[in-house]
Design a protein around this ligand. Structure first.
Ligand SMILES: Cc1cc2nc3c(=O)[nH]c(=O)nc-3n(C[C@H](O)[C@H](O)[C@H](O)COP(=O)(O)OP(=O)(O)OC[C@H]3O[C@@H](n4cnc5c(N)ncnc54)[C@H](O)[C@@H]3O)c2cc1C
Length: 450
């Protein structure tokens, strides 16, 4: 049994696992996706909530007892930002309802609804939302950080498609923030990332008609041939339709197991023919290097796009992120000759046709980015390899430094240096976020950025 006063709180929430009580270790491991960090810090309790009222009870209890609160959506943050030392880990994973208004083209979804199931439910009603690239990422922290997902070239960042955010403030009040009501909170909830100063319980989404057609193309090249394909890649990207996503992935090829640069282009359109046409500049392969396998082009259902972006769970992970205005070819050249110690690791360079940018909301904390994103992801199994893999992430990040224009708060390692946070926002946006935090959470009830 949890010791008082946590025992008092346990009566008002769905479940409570106090530190040192039976079940605590399992509860803590369950809530964190990165196996390198799932025991890294020890909250006083993991508290499971299934409603805004339960969340409000936790916030009021924390305030009364001098405890800090750390909300957790689906625990996918690469540095496990939801897992803090001490305080209450507020597990919102059970708040995953989906209410769709088909006629209005809107949905109200629980904060922790997961991208894959949401996309499936919407598709059955002919609707869609720019969910994250991997099937198991929850909207919770994804939208809060901004959210760069499928068809972002057409629909913009995920938070651009949010019309209201339900949350519990540090005062324990349940509010719905929108452009017209509590606009400051609405502004901050679209981009603050792991430093937000309230607990979000639901998002109101503006949906899109399910794209009638999606087409994808892929080819792979040996890493040694990167210098021979870099110009072709940049030229083909420039000539491609601005809504097409152009990904270049440095990884070990699944068949040949050799280090490869895999180029993947996808686009949604009104018809298969139109989607094909939009990405057709890639169909003329470079004359300077041979593809490791036959170039593949095929129609894909929108809900099947996740299959092109697998990321295994259950591994130790270290990651970092950079935005860049350089071309994909320039980025590839800067990093292709830094092999990872682990064959599971990848670097994902994701840009858009015509070298275009993802639309950001007109006025929101999400104030930087939208060009080409470089995600560095080290994945491995053995704790003995931690240092070597983390060092590889740092080396990659250093190699990208001359081309970097900022970082994405949802994926950057904010613990890696004192300037990290400032690299994720415009100076004005960061200053406003800090002022809003001081006003709405004057006692620092919610943990700030890691
Ligand atoms: C496999 C994988 C694929 C990914 N793909 C993409 C992608 O395609 N595009 C993209 O933009 N990002 C992507 N990400 C990054 C992802 O958006 C972030 O990791 C995000 O934080 C995940 O949301 P979460 O709910 O799991 O966050 P958590 O890990 O639960 O929390 C992260 C931080 O946000 C805070 N937070 C979370 N929910 C709330 C809430 N409801 N209220 C207040 N604060 C909250 C937490 O306190 C914590 O500080 C990916 C990550 C992984 C691991």
């Amino acid at each position: 049994m949890p010791a008082p006063p946590l025992a008092d709180l346990a009566r008002h929430v769905s479940a409570l696992h106090a530190h040192a009580a039976a079940g605590y270790d399992r509860a803590r491991e369950r809530v964190i996706w990165n196996k390198r960090l799932d025991k890294a810090r020890a909250p006083d309790a993991v508290v499971e909530c299934r409603s805004a009222e339960e969340v409000a009870a936790v916030v009021r209890f924390a305030a009364a007892n001098g405890l800090k609160v750390s909300p957790r959506g689906t625990g996918h943050h690469y540095e496990a930002a939801a897992l803090r030392e001490g305080g209450l880990l507020l597990d919102l994973g059970g708040i995953d309802f989906i209410e769709i208004d088909e006629a209005a083209g809107t949905a109200r979804v629980g904060a922790a609804v997961i991208g894959g199931p949401l996309s499936e439910r919407l598709a059955r009603q002919g609707l869609a939302f720019p969910v994250g690239h991997c099937v198991d990422v929850g909207l919770s922290g994804y939208v809060l950080a901004g959210g760069f997902g499928w068809n972002a070239g057409e629909w913009g960042a995920a938070c651009t498609n949010v019309t209201a955010v339900e949350m519990v403030t540090a005062a324990g009040e349940i509010v719905v923030a929108s452009e017209s009501d509590r606009p400051d909170l609405f502004w901050a909830a679209r981009g603050a990332g792991p430093g937000f100063f309230a607990a979000i319980t639901a998002y109101h989404l503006r949906l899109h008609p399910l794209p009638p057609a999606t087409f994808a193309w892929r080819a792979s090249f040996a890493v040694k041939d990167v210098p021979a394909i870099a110009d072709w890649l940049s030229t083909a990207t420039e000539a491609t339709h601005p809504t097409a996503e152009v990904g270049c992935f440095l990884l070990n090829h699944w068949d040949t197991h050799e280090p490869a640069a895999v180029i993947r282009v996808s686009c949604c359109a009104e018809s298969e023919e139109e989607a094909r046409e939009r990405i057709s500049p890639f169909f003329a392969l470079p004359t300077t290097a041979l593809s490791l396998d036959e170039a593949k082009s095929e129609p894909v259902a929108f809900t099947e796009l996740f299959k092109m972006s697998p990321m295994p769970s259950g591994e130790r992970v270290a990651a970092d992120h950079a935005w860049s205005d350089a071309t994909l070819g320039e980025l590839l050249l800067a990093i292709h000759d830094l092999p990872s110690p682990s064959t599971h690791s990848t670097v994902d360079l994701v840009g858009f046709g015509g070298h275009s940018r993802v639309a950001l909301p007109a006025d929101a904390a999400l104030s930087l980015g939208g060009g080409t994103g470089a995600g560095i992801y080290a994945l491995w199994d053995d704790p003995a390899d931690d240092e070597a893999n983390r060092a590889w992430v740092r080396r990659m990040d250093e190699a990208l430094a001359p081309l970097r224009s900022g970082r994405y708060v949802g994926e950057a390692d904010l613990t890696a240096g004192p300037d990290r946070l400032a690299e994720c926002f415009t100076p004005q946006a960061l200053e406003r976020l800090r002022k809003l935090r001081a006003r709405h959470d004057p006692n620092g009830l919610f943990f700030a950025w890691p």
